[in-house]
Design a protein around this ligand. Structure first.
Ligand SMILES: [Zn+2]
Length: 445
């Protein structure tokens, strides 16, 4: 998109706001509380919901964390189009493996009994919100915001599929507010969220979407490597801080009459501080562009707004490449982690190879028992573990960790448990210390 293309010839085709019946239905099957009384209306529905939700974690795994077992969930895409219920079921039947399809169709048919009865009421509140949200994100202010964002990312919105906002009814008892998968953001509507706050979320996620397609990102990641510790912290947090500075900062200040700079913008202290500071910079320079210059500016922002006395272990763990002996250990890691993103692998490979998807500045975490270390000598070599260390570690608790600072500032970490059970405990203790100050060397867990 050219910045000098004013006056604008045509509106940017950025958003598509939908609220189809099938999306609310699928969301209900995935997230309704089986114990809630409304589900007793349909015969056998609570049991069906319980069974569906306890089913293969591949279906229900949090979509924004990459995981070795994570699979794309194609049946969701079937629900995000305004099509008749039977067409939706046919789509699900075609995209899911046969062993899952029968089960999914049964659950959807059972929930349809309840949902069809209530759809008039649900659509009665989803419809007006969809129309208002669409006006807000695509109106004059929304268009300008999109121009700022796509200009910064150097991405042409005419060449991208539209970003879908799918509104669904939030089932009673469910606390999930939204989730994004690729170009679709599902927002659950319940309680008293204002349309302005939905728009903030939409622009936050649109920023992640634009960054995903930006060819300028790679140079940012490379540049951060020149700044040691603060570069590692900046590398881990810039994407989230950028989306927050854009959605909860720039977009909120224009679209939400109750915008207040002092309020928290994000649920993580580091990201919140960085996003506030980046928002002020971006507000003063709407032509900010991603790239190496941005990386250097962001490092300066991080130096000022997140000085060493505030650093936490989690600042170095926000993005991690993880090697585990089993998918069970990886599951424990994922359940407990406070990372924003991770790339996992099990079992630990005999020879070191990094995940080609992972950016250069990520923590590398190896979960292992002493036996696993013997089978992967690259781990002890790269961590500088001596034979003497191995006689002493893990100590009397049977659980230990080792932190090593890499030359570029990223951390290389071993979480060691004497047995697979103790390793699981060690992983839990490791994440329980995420707020503590970062340290070096061996420690008990
Ligand atoms: Zn985000």
């Amino acid at each position: 998109m050219s910045r000098s293309a004013t006056p604008r010839q045509r509106a940017l085709p950025v958003f598509e706001v939908l609220a189809p019946y099938t999306a609310s239905m699928l969301h209900g099957v995935e997230h309704a509380d089986p114990e809630h009384e409304e589900n007793r209306v349909a015969e056998g529905l609570p049991a069906m919901l319980r069974a569906f939700q306890a089913r293969s974690p591949n279906w229900l795994r949090s979509p924004y964390h990459q995981h070795i077992d994570a699979t794309f969930v194609p049946h969701r895409a079937c629900a995000y189009r305004d099509v008749p219920f039977e067409t939706f079921l046919e789509c699900v039947r075609r995209v899911l493996p046969a062993r899952d399809a029968g089960f999914a169709l049964e659950a959807l048919r059972a929930y349809h009994v309840l949902a069809a009865q209530q759809w008039r009421q649900w659509s009665g509140y989803l419809g007006p919100i969809a129309r208002e949200l669409s006006r807000k994100v695509q109106g004059r202010e929304g268009q300008e915001l999109s121009e700022i964002l796509f200009g910064a990312a150097g991405v042409d919105p005419f060449k991208l599929p539209r970003f879908q906002i799918v509104l669904v009814r939030q089932p009673p008892g469910s606390r999930l507010l939204g989730a994004r998968e690729e170009r679709t953001l599902v927002l659950a509507i319940g309680g008293d969220r204002s349309v302005a706050s939905l728009a903030e979320t939409a622009f936050h996620e649109l920023a992640h979407y634009a960054v995903q397609y930006s060819s300028r990102v790679e140079r940012i990641e490379i540049e951060f490597q020149n700044f040691g510790d603060i570069g590692a912290i900046a590398a881990n947090h810039w994407n989230e801080a950028l989306a927050t500075a854009f959605g909860q900062g720039l977009a909120a200040s224009r679209l939400n009459p109750r915008f207040c700079f002092q309020r928290s913008m994000y649920g993580n202290e580091t990201v919140d501080a960085l996003a506030h500071a980046l928002y002020l910079v971006w507000r003063g320079d709407p032509y900010l562009e991603l790239g190496p210059t941005f990386a250097r500016r962001f490092v300066n922002i991080a130096k000022e707004s997140w000085p060493p006395n505030k650093w936490q272990r989690s600042d170095f763990l926000a993005r991690a490449e993880v090697y585990a002996p089993s998918s069970g250990a990886l599951d424990t890691f994922q359940d407990r982690m406070r990372a924003q993103r991770f790339w996992g692998r099990a079992p630990i490979p005999a020879h070191f190879s990094r995940d080609p998807q992972a950016p250069p500045m990520v923590a590398r975490i190896i979960l292992a028992t002493p036996g696993d270390l013997k089978a992967a000598p690259w781990v002890t070599q790269s961590l500088g573990i001596t034979a003497d260390d191995l006689r002493r570690q893990p100590g009397h608790t049977g659980k230990a960790e080792l932190w090593r600072r890499q030359p570029n500032g990223a951390r290389l970490i071993l979480v060691l448990g004497r047995t697979p059970n103790l390793l699981n405990e060690a992983i839990v203790h490791f994440w329980a210390k995420a707020d503590a100050r970062p340290s070096e060397g061996w420690a008990e867990l």
